[in-house]
Structure formats: structure tokens, C-alpha cells
Design a protein around this ligand. Structure first.
Ligand code: SF4
Length: 280
């Protein structure tokens, strides 16, 4: 597509991030965006390389801090389509605080998390979404802690679009990301994106065998209680839009937000410098 750059990905052959990225590019193209009105902000980790492989404006952010950068980009230029991408370690550990506040602020952008339930780039340590009994070099007898439920975190923070997809299910994954882009507010998609090198538990076969597609389960994403029940059901792996508040209004669309941003008084930087001088 127009969104594919000439750079050759250095991901391991078979990595789930290939499928995740292809779906993101397809979804962007399907929504009518072009590379010159699109800004991708990536975090750190294997997933963080994605900005290099996509043909758009892009910025490789700081570990766990891609979201505030993306929010800044969108607030500075609301005409841009802003997509933030990262991994489970990046977004739900060091970036967990930013995640909660980005969700509740509800800026009109999308956040795509490649969740492989492990740290891949640093060679296989357990991550916030790893299972309790997952054995790794840093958890030889299991992690002995409950995994983070990112969907529950988003729902409790007031999320207005919460979805999950599987990188290998190309068509459905692209559709779900497209819905996240089209949502008026913060479109969050947790993507099962297997790490074929370091995670031999959460594999393609595992997800293929266990995923329940919400489109085939008669699910109404506007029903909050139903969404909550599914999100808290630890025994199932769901794919689809789990919750959507159709009355959502993006933060930058709210009365007074962009007006107050434009209302920066003349000479503000100079005033700020005076304040700094006074302080010291
Ligand atoms: Fe993908 Fe895992 Fe390889 Fe990283 S280490 S590129 S997540 S397969």
C-alpha cells in the first residue's frame, strides 16, 4: 500500500508484528488517509520499530511514553490522523500511567498494542500480560503474579472504544483497526501478535484454537454491562469491538479546548523566561 516504506523489517520471520502492521496500513488506506496526513508514534521494543517500516510521518518515542507524544502531535495539529503503536511491555508496564490518562482524556487518535505477552527485544523476560505460570529466564517457576488485563484497565479508566484483534486474522484485524480509527475519541486495540522466538505458549495455534469472534457471538458493543462481563472473563480470548460509547466526543472537539490553546498570549515565551530568572 501507500503506507509501506522501503525499509526491510528486521523482525524474526513469522513474528506477529508483520500481520499487525499490514492491518494497520490497510486500515489507514481504507479510511481514506494518505501518508502525508498520518503520523505514527511508536514506543520501544520490537513493536517500536514499526514507525520505520511505515511510510508516513513517524517518531520513535521514549519507552512507555509514546502516548503523550501522540497526544501532543494531535493537539498541535488536529487535522493529522495520529496512530500510536507499541507493545505490552512498553504500554502496560512503564507506560501504564500514560495509558490510563490517555484513555480518560479521549483524544481522537488510535492506540494499537502488539501484545505478545513477553519482552522480545530484550530476549524473553516475562511482561505485564504474561500468564501467572509462564516460565522464562526471569521467572523460572512462573511469574507468580496475575497478568494485567489491559481491556479492564481501559474500561475502568473510562475508555470509549475497546477492542481486541489477532494479527494472523488479517481481514478481521484490519476491520477492527479501521473501526478504532473511525471512532470519535481514543480507539484502543489490543492485538494478539505472537512472538515466535521467545513465547512458546501464546502461539498462533493457541489463539487460532481459542479465539471467540464477537461478531459471531451476538455481542452488542454499546452494552456496557455485557462488555464488562466479557472483559472480566479470564477464560476466553475475544476478538472484535468489545465496548464502544457511540456518544463519545474527542477531547480536542470539546468546547473551549482548541480555543484556549490558540489563546496563548503574545510574548508568552519571554514571560516564561522572566519567571525562570525570578526563580533562580
Ligand atoms: Fe517478533 Fe519476538 Fe522476534 Fe521480537 S523477538 S521480532 S517480538 S518474534
Amino acid at each position: 500500500t501507500d503506507f509501506k516504506s522501503d525499509a526491510q523489517p528486521t523482525w524474526c520471520p513469522g513474528c506477529g508484528d508483520f500481520g499487525t502492521m499490514n492491518g494497520m496500513m490497510k486500515a489507514l488506506a481504507n479510511t481514506g488517509n494518505s501518508p502525508d496526513d498520518t503520523f505514527v508514534v511508536a514506543g520501544i521494543g520490537c513493536s517500536g520499530k514499526i514507525g520505520t517500516y511505515m511510510h508516513s510521518y513517524a517518531l520513535h518515542g521514549v519507552h512507555g511514553r509514546a502516548l503523550p507524544v501522540g497526544i501532543g502531535v494531535k493537539m498541535a495539529n488536529p487535522n493529522l490522523e495520529v496512530m500510536v503503536a507499541g507493545g505490552d511491555g512498553d504500554g502496560y508496564s512503564i507506560g501504564a500511567g500514560h495509558f490510563v490518562h490517555a484513555v480518560r482524556r479521549n483524544v481522537d487518535m488510535s492506540y494499537i498494542v502488539m501484545d505478545n505477552r513477553i519482552y522480545g527485544l530484550t530476549k524473553g523476560q516475562f511482561s505485564p500480560t504474561s500468564r501467572e505460570d509462564f516460565e522464562t529466564a526471569t521467572s523460572p517457576e512462573g511469574t507468580k503474579q496475575q497478568p494485567v488485563n489491559p481491556l479492564a484497565l481501559a474500561l475502568s479508566a473510562g475508555g470509549t472504544f475497546i477492542a481486541q484483534s489477532f494479527s494472523s486474522d488479517a481481514q478481521r484485524h484490519a476491520e477492527i483497526v479501521q473501526q478504532a480509527i473511525e471512532h470519535d475519541g481514543f480507539g484502543f486495540v489490543n492485538v494478539y501478535s505472537p512472538c515466535v522466538t521467545f513465547n512458546d505458549v501464546d502461539t498462533y495455534d493457541y489463539f487460532r484454537d481459542t479465539i471467540v469472534d464477537l461478531d459471531e457471538a451476538d455481542h452488542d458493543p454499546t452494552d456496557y454491562d455485557d462488555a464488562k462481563e466479557k472483559i472480566l472473563d479470564a477464560d476466553k480470548e475475544y476478538q472484535g469491538v468489545i465496548y464502544q460509547d457511540e456518544s463519545s466526543v474527542g477531547f480536542e472537539e470539546r468546547e473551549g479546548i482548541t480555543e484556549s490553546m490558540a489563546d496563548i498570549p503574545e510574548g508568552a515565551p519571554e514571560d516564561a523566561m522572566d519567571l525562570v530568572r525570578e526563580f533562580y
